[in-house]
Design a protein around this ligand. Structure first.
Ligand code: BG6
Length: 493
């Protein structure tokens, strides 16, 4: 029996038939099943509007899991997994549906338990209705422990995030609210803290005395898939930068926490966000850049431009690419630019944190072929490969004084080991009730404060948006954010 088996639970997925559930949640729950990590008593209830019964729902899940977990799918395992599920057909806005849910919770498939997780894989516009309907039928009370999990983006700006938070707090207290950002479940992201604070070698160099700039890139080769309805209203700034990239920024920049406890860690992250220099309206173009993909090709296959994707509004100026330069005004980082960039339909899916160091203070090798020694880099690869690499210089063996850059490269997961999906790790945390890797509301607020000047300006500038061909690395005009000519994007590990 693993430790996890100590946490029996009923797990309700609102929006069970949606994209997130089909592509991320169900596969991750299935992975937990395959790894023997689900407590014996784990009941799942899929709640959605579509017409399924338990049997046809299982058939639908089987289709998704065969598609998203082809290598792990085994009929026997699937039968065990599917036997935990019941399907409740319901409307998020009708309290009767919640009475049916309550009834279903009383007939658990694998055993009674008092812990219940409500996972809101639905549009944020419906969060309030669900919270209040759960309260109407008495499901918000922490008998055992009832938790509510909400996805990012939390709100669409500061004000709506605050309203949403008030709505949730009318019925649930902070200990029950899990604001998820799945980047915090990624191995390399979790490793950032270990890398920074368990290595004496790294920490003394991690500041403005040695670091020239930091780049955080999350590049995706995929387009918007079937999510136009959501994406066209949201855009890359809200979908990715305000949350995933900002979380990466806080972990790269924060001070060591007093302890590895949820609040100590989150206090430090908030301090970073509070220190980000507010972007002034007149300097906006030097700090933020947006663009949209037009037709091109990815991996040799022609793909349509954003405006021709099904469901995108005609003439939409929603950004599918965003880059920003942020400055952190504290002792550690003053004067070190942080360049953040993310986009859809880029040349390849590469996510990395790249730290560029300054040049050595003395050009000792002047008038030798070493004159142009490149700077050192530390690169943390998030995906596709989880890795840490360091670029340093060494003398080339042989006559004369020549150097080469050596890449010290450590993939830190053995190739034979299956990668852990971010959702898998976080779903387990939710079942256990551990909030360390979830977002506290003040983090959300401060992250919105950082991006609000950009949002506001872009709401008014509606005539023009830069474009880039699908399959490229984005528009060259994004380079206008760099402070110095020698700075440039790192696209590869
Ligand atoms: C989601 C965004 O939060 O993250 C998607 O809504 C994006 O637009 C996805 O594709 C990227 O996640 P990952 O884990 O594939 O990098």
């Amino acid at each position: 029996m693993t430790d996890d088996a100590l946490y029996p639970c009923s797990f309700v997925i609102f929006g069970a038939t949606g994209h997130l559930s089909a592509t991320k949640l169900l596969p991750a729950l299935f992975d937990l099943e395959a790894g023997g990590r689900l407590p014996d008593v784990t009941n799942f209830i899929a709640f959605a509007r579509r017409q399924y019964d338990d049997e046809s729902w299982a058939a639908q899940m089987e289709q998704w899991l065969r598609q998203h977990r082809p290598e792990r799918f085994q009929p026997e395992l699937f039968r065990k997994f599917a036997a935990r599920f019941s399907y409740v057909r319901g409307d998020l806005h009708e309290v009767e549906s919640f009475h049916r849910l309550l009834e279903e919770l009383g007939k658990p498939k694998t055993g009674v338990c008092s812990n219940i997780v409500f996972y809101l894989a639905i549009s944020p516009a419906d969060f309030g209705a669900v919270a209040s309907n759960l309260a109407q039928v008495g499901l918000n009370r922490p008998r055992g422990l009832h938790r509510i999990v909400v996805e990012k983006p939390f709100g669409e700006d500061l004000e709506s995030a605050q309203t949403l938070n008030r709505l949730l707090h009318e019925h649930f207290d902070e200990k029950q609210i899990f604001r998820i950002d799945h980047y915090l479940g990624k191995e390399t992201v979790q490793n950032l803290i270990v890398f920074r604070f368990a290595n004496l070698l790294v920490e003394p160099l991690w500041n403005r005395n040695y670091i020239d700039h930091v780049q955080i890139t999350v590049a995706e080769s995929a387009g918007i898939e079937t999510r136009a309805g959501y994406y066209d209203r949201t855009g890359a700034l809200r979908d990715m930068l305000q949350n995933h990239l900002m979380q990466l920024l806080t972990l790269v920049a924060m001070e060591p926490p007093a302890a590895l406890e949820p609040d100590a860690l989150r206090d430090e992250k908030v301090k970073v966000l509070r220190s980000v220099r507010p972007i002034q309206r007149r300097a906006l173009h030097a700090h933020a850049f947006r663009a949209q993909y037009v037709a091109g090709s990815t991996a040799g296959t022609p793909v349509v431009g954003y405006r021709d994707e099904t469901g995108v509004e005609e003439g939409s100026i929603t950004e599918t690419y965003v880059a920003a330069k942020l400055l952190i005004d504290n002792w550690r980082w003053r004067g070190v630019p942080f360049y953040l960039r993310t986009g859809k339909r880029l040349q390849s899916s590469q996510s990395l944190v790249a730290i560029r160091f300054k040049h050595t203070p003395q050009q000792l090798f002047r008038e030798t072929p070493l004159e142009d020694t490149a700077p050192n880099w530390i690169i943390l690869g998030l995906q596709p490969r989880e890795s840490m690499s360091m670029e340093i210089h060494a003398r080339q063996p042989g006559l004369g004084l020549h150097t080469r850059t050596i890449h010290m490269d450590a993939g830190y997961r053995g190739d034979s080991k299956r990668p852990i999906e971010a959702y898998e790790a976080l779903l387990l945390d939710i079942i256990r009730g551990d909030q360390t890797n979830f977002i506290r509301f003040d983090e959300v607020e401060w992250a919105w404060r950082v991006v609000e000047p950009i949002l506001r300006a872009w709401t008014h500038e509606r005539e023009h948006i830069h474009t880039y061909a699908a399959g490229s690395w984005g528009p060259p005009q994004a380079n206008r954010l760099f402070e110095w000519d020698y700075q440039d994007w790192r696209n590869q590990l």
